[in-house]
Each structure stands twice: as structure tokens, then as C-alpha cells.
Design a protein around this ligand. Sequence first.
Ligand SMILES: [Zn+2]
Ligand SMILES: [Zn+2]
Ligand SMILES: [Zn+2]
Length: 86
Amino acid sequence: MSCTHLDTIRPVTPSAAGCEDCLQIGSRWVHLRLCLACGHVGCCDSSPNKHASKHSHTTGHPLVRSFEPGENWIWCYVDQVEMEPA
Ligand SMILES: [Zn+2]
Ligand SMILES: [Zn+2]
Ligand SMILES: [Zn+2]
């Protein structure tokens, strides 16, 4: 495993049921990502606004988990690597 950010994972509570930034501006998203450092819910890079990626870059929070039902993979924006949780 090439990601060194696993110690940034916190027990988080999702901030919203959808992308909280899209909800504020009335936009749409394709898929949702959950920040594992603070619980921010943002939209994926296939979405028009890419809020999960923007959140990672502005806050430095490296890891997100898929917030889609049935998916639990983790993505690191710094290392650009996908992981399966243990
Ligand atoms: Zn990493
Ligand atoms: Zn969004
Ligand atoms: Zn965050």
C-alpha cells in the first residue's frame, strides 16, 4: 500500500445527505464522496463542480470514501491510489 495518510482517518458523521456545496448553490452531482477527516460530503470528479476534490485541495484532507450505497472503497487525492478498507 502506497498511501501514508491512513492516520488522518477520523470517525466522522456525514455533513449532509447530498453534496453540501451543490445543495447550497442548487447544483447537481453524479456520485458522492465522504471526507474521512471531517465528514464533508462532496461530489465526485464526474460531477460538474467536483466539490470533493476541491474540498481536499483547500483543506488538505487527503482521503475520501465512496458515499454511494454498496461501495466502501477509499481514495487518496494525494497519492492518487484506491484502497479497500480492511
Ligand atoms: Zn495517501
Ligand atoms: Zn458538489
Ligand atoms: Zn474534510
